[in-house]
Design a protein around this ligand. Structure first.
Ligand SMILES: [Zn+2]
Ligand SMILES: [Zn+2]
Length: 287
């Protein structure tokens, strides 16, 4: 009787989740206005990165990695929505490893905050790599639709087939979906993972870097390839000047090795089609 009651309660909550159950802490409390489904207390404790301290990787604390390395970085910059605190690790764990897909819209909405920050930063600077002479005080407007900087394309970091089978969804793609819908920026799965790299969290920095070198390749799917080529062609009119500005989307930025490897692959892919790509990354958390 007891068991049955528990079961039917569990089934009911699955079928019709109560609007007042916070998606993060699970408690019943007043909903926040900013993040639907998240309670006020969880919302106020989110460690937002509003002013990144490292202009390159978007880290909220002093950054030895970016200042130490003299390697050319294939991205303009990374921006992350939140600092990867133990609370945020718990949230990501629920989403990614325990497959709580209901968190995708919330995390996507949080990622959208990082896009707003990137947008306001880019709005003040002329496009990098532009050959035209520009007056420093005249903002460079990307499209006629909006006066703010806007990226051209989103590319989610892919997961391996085995990971996808195990998890049922690509967590980065779901985040990109939210941003794509909110901002009207197309997304294309331009990349595939060539081998399973294992749990990165158990590896040292140098091991991760070596591991990632050949972890990604251009998506061999002819449909995706021709969609990308067609999209570039159709964008030629709209984009007064190259390069095409692409944002790589992922859930977390740790050493940046994943993003770097993805950026290098996209750069090669774009150049094989005669385009220069300017690459950014947006990640939900920065560790
Ligand atoms: Zn809560
Ligand atoms: Zn940095």
């Amino acid at each position: 009787m007891m068991l049955r009651g528990t079961w039917s309660r569990a089934a009911r909550s699955l079928l019709a989740p109560s609007a007042s159950d916070c998606l993060i802490c699970g408690k019943k409390s007043g909903a926040s206005s900013e993040l639907p489904g998240v309670c006020k207390s969880c919302q106020t404790s989110i460690p937002w990165i509003r002013k990144p301290r490292c202009p390159k990787c978007g880290r909220h604390v002093g950054c030895p990695d970016c200042s130490r390395s003299s390697d050319p970085v294939p991205i303009v910059c990374n921006r992350s929505a939140v600092a990867y605190t133990s609370e945020m690790r718990e949230v990501l764990g629920q989403y990614k490893y325990r497959g709580n897909e209901r968190l995708a819209p919330i995390l996507g909405l949080m990622l959208d905050q990082a896009y707003t920050i990137l947008q306001s930063e880019r709005g003040r600077t002329p496009r990098e790599g532009s050959s035209q002479q520009q007056h420093p005080l005249i903002p460079v407007f990307k499209s006629n639709r909006t006066s703010l900087w806007q990226a051209d394309l989103l590319v989610p970091v892919p997961v391996s087939d085995s990971r996808l089978a195990e998890r049922g969804f690509n967590q980065a793609e779901r985040l990109a979906d939210v941003l794509s819908r909110r901002r009207g920026i197309p997304q294309l799965p331009l990349l595939v993972r060539t081998h399973h790299t294992g749990k990165q969290s158990f590896k040292s920095r140098s091991e991760r870097l070596a591991d990632m070198k050949h972890a990604f390749a251009a998506n061999p799917d002819p449909v995706i390839r021709s969609q990308f080529a067609d999209w570039l062609e159709s964008s030629r009119q709209k984009m007064q000047s190259q390069p095409v500005q692409i944002i790589i989307i992922d859930d977390i930025y740790t050493t940046g090795s994943t993003i770097r490897a993805c950026a290098e692959t996209i750069t090669l892919l774009a150049s094989s089609l005669g385009w220069t790509a300017e690459i950014y990354s947006l990640t939900w958390a920065r560790s």
